[in-house]
Ligand binder design. Structure first.
Ligand SMILES: [Zn+2]
Length: 485
């Protein structure tokens, strides 16, 4: 008896030791390069050039006929005036009317080119919030160490930042080894159906294959990952699909004083309630891959969990899913966003509908999402109609020279950060290049405190001059480092 008890205790102790040992060893430990010397950037002049670009009210519109072309033309002139060497040495093509494709020919044209992306268009300022801006959204003001305005983060600072870097390099007499393309779409905020869709088709027609693509999507974040104090550079390696479903139900109509047992409003409400009560299954692979890269920087309790996912996986996923931000990386999410129906308080509605916005995890599809929703709603009276959507992207590999290059450049420029791959929950125009390369990465070298995130598409969008200068240094370094690629 005593022997049996002590041997069970021994076994228990041994298992615990194994779990702890795994937690201690958990995570990747890659060598870090030393910081690189920053290029000579004229801060004030660079900030002024960005400010000029922000003054162009380049709003995209779902209806191309309604787009005001003048601000886009003005932006083109601002770029020409701000970056004379870029316009002297690079070839510029206008695609789909307002999008721009620049080509910087490389020394070794047989190598696959690199494609860097930044969109020209911005989202409008929500009517009624203009007065909440500390500095006018299209005034291009520089104050308190920041450049203020719509597009400062999303993403004219990347657009002019890339050209600042190229202009500097051209001044130094630099010619890249690989050809570099710069794709500047004009309709990203409304789906990119013309701009980057057309640029990607053009490159495909020319038989081009790309070494890698870099677009927006990831940032340097702080205080987003529980238990981690250091900033993390999140590089998007995949993005979710998205689709809007219209759920509709029809009823008989008539006077509400003599209602039938089932009404259209009741059926639709029941369907929405069932969907909310049965969320899509949790899949931890994207989050666990991100955490593996943060490995040793994570608090021990978390490492214990993630190093032993076989044992703790489901519990870890359930715990993390309580945070809506992380939940969006763990499953396909679904959100009813609009409701319509009824004309009068005492008339039974004949036709009611809801819009359900769905963000699909890579590995699932629009079709598999529909069939799951049909199963959960289980009511033939409720019709589910998908509108045109986008399937989730493929997952870009990270064991590639291109990802290593990105990682190295981030560490050289941003210093004390961790670099991790992650899943982008929004959609970017980079998806149009999926047939030209499987190496699509999404990252801007801009730090984002939690308080800054609402500024994206929100009020008081701004970038600090320091962050802007660092972002220029990032593109500069990336191009220089790509000599080794
Ligand atoms: Zn954007």
């Amino acid at each position: 008896m005593v022997v049996r008890l002590s041997s069970s205790l021994l076994l228990l102790g041994l298992s615990a030791a194994v779990l702890v040992a795994r937690a201690v060893r958990y995570g990747t430990s890659l060598e870090k390069p030393p910081p690189s010397a920053p290029p000579q950037i004229e801060r004030d002049a660079a900030a002024q050039r960005l400010a000029r670009a922000l003054r162009c009210r380049t709003l995209s519109d779902f209806d191309p006929q309604r787009v005001d072309r003048e601000p886009f033309e003005r932006l083109r002139h601002v770029l020409e005036e701000s970056f004379p060497l870029v316009h002297q040495h690079l070839k510029r093509e206008q695609v789909a009317d307002l999008s721009l494709l620049y080509t910087w020919p490389g020394r070794e044209p047989e190598l696959q080119p690199i494609l860097l992306m930044a969109h020209q268009d911005v989202v409008p300022v929500e009517p009624g919030t203009e007065g909440d801006w500390k500095h006018s959204p299209f005034g291009g003001e520089i104050a308190e160490g920041f450049v203020w305005g719509r597009g400062a983060l999303d993403m004219k600072s990347a657009l002019t930042g890339i050209f600042e870097a190229v202009e500097l390099l051209l001044k130094e007499g630099f010619t890249p080894r690989r050809t570099i393309y710069f794709a500047l779409g004009h309709d990203e905020e409304v789906g990119g159906f013309q701009g980057n869709a057309r640029i990607a088709a053009l490159l495909a027609e020319r038989g081009e294959r790309l070494e890698f693509v870099l677009d927006e999507g990831g940032l340097i974040v702080e205080g987003v990952i529980p238990g981690l104090r250091r900033p993390v550079a999140l590089v998007g390696t995949a993005e979710k699909g998205f689709v809007n479903f219209i759920l509709s139900a029809r009823g008989e109509g008539g006077h509400s004083a003599m209602p039938p047992r089932r009404t259209a409003v009741g059926a639709l409400s029941r369907a929405l309630m069932r969907l909310e009560r049965s969320p899509f299954p949790l899949r931890i692979e994207f989050v666990s891959e991100m955490f593996r890269h943060l490995g040793r920087r994570l608090p021990f309790a978390m490492r214990l969990f993630f190093a032993n996912l076989v044992l703790f996986g489901p519990a870890a996923a359930r715990m993390l899913a309580k945070n809506p931000k992380i939940n969006s990386n763990l499953r396909t999410t679904l959100a009813p966003t609009m409701l319509r129906g009824g004309v009068k308080e005492n008339v039974l509605a004949t036709d009611v509908s809801a819009v359900v916005n769905v963000r699909i995890l890579p590995g699932e599809t629009i079709a598999s999402t529909v069939s799951r929703m049909e199963r959960i709603i289980a009511d033939p009276a409720v019709k589910i109609t998908p509108t045109p959507g986008t399937e989730p992207s493929a997952v870009s590999p990270i064991e590639t020279p291109a990802f290593t290059l990105l990682r190295r450049t981030i560490l050289e420029v941003a210093g004390e950060v961790e670099v991790a791959p992650y899943l982008v929950v929004g959609a970017t125009d980079s998806r149009y290049y999926a047939h030209l390369t499987n190496r699509i990465y999404r990252f801007m070298c801009i730090p984002m405190a939690p308080g800054d995130i609402p500024r994206l598409h929100g009020t008081n969008e701004r970038i600090s001059v320091d962050d802007y200068v660092r972002s220029i240094a990032f593109y500069h370094r990336l191009i220089v480092n790509s000599e080794d690629l």
